[in-house]
Design a protein around this ligand. Structure first.
Ligand code: BGP
Length: 482
């Protein structure tokens, strides 16, 4: 029986294009919806824009050298659609695609396996202006055009493809992840959350199909935002609420990827509440014929659910966000009366942004997913968002991050010991980057980027304590976590 990480286990970290690259309007790149969304959150909350981010566009060789120094054998990153096709479709931007050729070649030269994500929240703005982006079914065809080009371009160099990032999170937090016009934000339009997700299911199935057709030995799967869900108490009502939450928040996605069908309990709930997506003839066949090879899991925190009666006192609401970074400032919990309500887990400590810290949750979900679908798993995100302090002598003592990662890597190891097939551990994030909803002061990286929300400074790279710790973890293939 295996009692350690397999020899070929992939160790690395993750980022996404708009959160790390910067150069938002350079060398022919045009805006993505994230350039617009982040410009707005700069004005509203003072969070950094995506214009410079961590400036990886100009620092990628330095970043890859640091990754190599840490011992990475994999790097998961995404391709910015509007860097390659500034208008979403049509003419390729030669300088844009050249950036990714250079990035991938540099990774391979350094013995680091590129794990590419095709789409990470950054729809070309030109498509939003043309027809509303993901609000319109025409995007599926345009995504296919883009994905075919990228997969074909890198078919000999990239073997592991992740498709559309975190469909589950896009449904929950759609305004941070998709540009949604003001007039659609009044609750009457919530069905569109699931409609967008249905279009993404079609696009993701097409991406899997293209990888299977074009990439010799290639494998494809979705990177899903996934949290295990506990019942608040052992009262049977809370346990049923947990099962309902599991159906709508998790199985609704994984059943599509691995069974090619929508989870029944979740779909019945959506139909009863006018939220179900419109499905056209042929859609389910496309999905069924193109199942995923693996699941890429983005896990940060576990969740907790309790019973919520449908007695007219509460209405449907979506997940809350903590924008301030002060514990307890989360502005509410997802509620579906008669189905479930999410709540704080009194057993767990949280980050400053109210994300429950729970390494055992990682072990639980790995074992649960593997038992139910029997498919290989990867961790493509996991990490601690925290305020880091750069000392006067240029160091970052992030022992809290080391504690967090140590606990989660140990949990991966226990899951492997119980027979789970885990292929990779790529936490968030390689370098500090722009958070999706909290600017750059919420940091995740092994490498500190010297900038603030207001001032991009020179984005100098500084190794944190966690950098040296992770280096040791990798060099011992996960044996030494001290
Ligand atoms: C995931 C996203 C990432 C990343 C991470 C941390 O949902 O895939 O893009 O940002 O969460 O979240 P945040 O940036 O909001 O702290």
């Amino acid at each position: 029986m295996r009692k350690s990480f397999p020899d070929h286990f992939l160790w690395g970290a993750s980022t996404s294009a708009y959160q790390v690259e910067g150069a938002a309007y350079e060398d022919g790149k045009k805006a993505s919806q994230q350039d617009i969304i982040n410009k707005d959150s700069y004005q509203t909350f003072g969070f950094a824009t995506a214009e410079v981010a961590s400036d990886q566009y100009h620092h990628f060789k330095e970043d890859i050298a640091l990754m190599k120094e840490m011992g990475f054998t994999a790097y998961r990153f995404s391709i910015a659609w509007s860097r390659v096709f500034p208008d979403g479709v049509g003419e390729v931007n030669e300088k844009g695609i050249q950036y990714y050729r250079d990035l991938i070649d540099e990774l391979i030269r350094n013995g680091i396996e590129p794990i590419v994500t095709l789409y990470h929240y950054d729809c070309p703005w030109a498509l939003v202006e043309k027809y509303g982006g993901w609000l319109d079914r025409r995007i599926v065809k345009d995504f296919e055009y883009y994905a075919r080009y990228i997969i074909n371009e890198f078919k000999d160099k990239v073997k592991i493809w992740t498709t559309i990032n975190e469909q589950s999170i896009i449904v929950q937090y759609w305004i941070q992840k998709c540009y949604i016009p003001e007039e659609l934000l009044d609750g009457k339009h919530d069905q569109l959350r699931y409609q967008i997700n249905h279009y993404m299911n079609l696009a993701q199935a097409i991406a899997v199909k293209l990888v299977h057709e074009l990439v010799p030995g290639g494998i494809a799967g979705a990177p899903l935002g996934y949290s295990c869900i506990y019942p608040l108490t052992s009262r049977p009502e809370d346990v049923m609420a947990m099962q309902n939450a599991q159906a709508l928040r998790n199985d609704y996605y994984t059943d599509i990827y691995f069974k090619g069908e929508y989870n029944k309990a979740a779909m019945i709930y959506l139909e009863e509440h006018g939220l179900a997506p419109k499905i056209e003839e042929g859609d389910m066949e496309l999905i069924r014929e193109n199942l995923s090879d693996f699941l890429a899991i983005n896990y940060y925190a576990s969740e907790c659910a309790k019973w919520c009666p449908d007695d007219g006192t509460q209405q449907i609401r979506w997940s809350g966000v903590n924008r301030s970074g002060k514990k307890g400032d989360i502005d509410g919990f997802e509620t579906h009366p008669g189905f479930y309500q999410m709540c704080k887990n009194p057993e767990l400590d949280t980050t400053d942004w109210d994300w429950a810290i729970d390494p055992i949750g990682m072990e639980y979900l790995l074992r649960d997913l593997y038992n139910r679908y029997n498919k290989p798993l990867m961790i493509t995100e996991n990490g601690l968002g925290a305020y880091d302090v750069l000392t006067k002598d240029g160091q970052v003592h992030d022992d809290y991050r080391i504690d967090y990662l140590r606990g989660h890597i140990a949990a991966c190891k226990r899951a492997i010991d119980k027979g789970v097939e885990l292929l990779a551990y790529c936490p968030w994030s390689a370098v500090d980057l722009l958070s999706t909803s909290n600017g750059v002061k919420k940091r995740y990286g092994f490498i500190y980027i010297d900038r603030t929300d207001d001032d991009p400074k020179d984005c100098a790279r500084i190794r944190k304590d966690s950098f040296y710790w992770y280096q040791k973890v990798i060099s011992t293939n996960g044996e030494d976590l001290t």
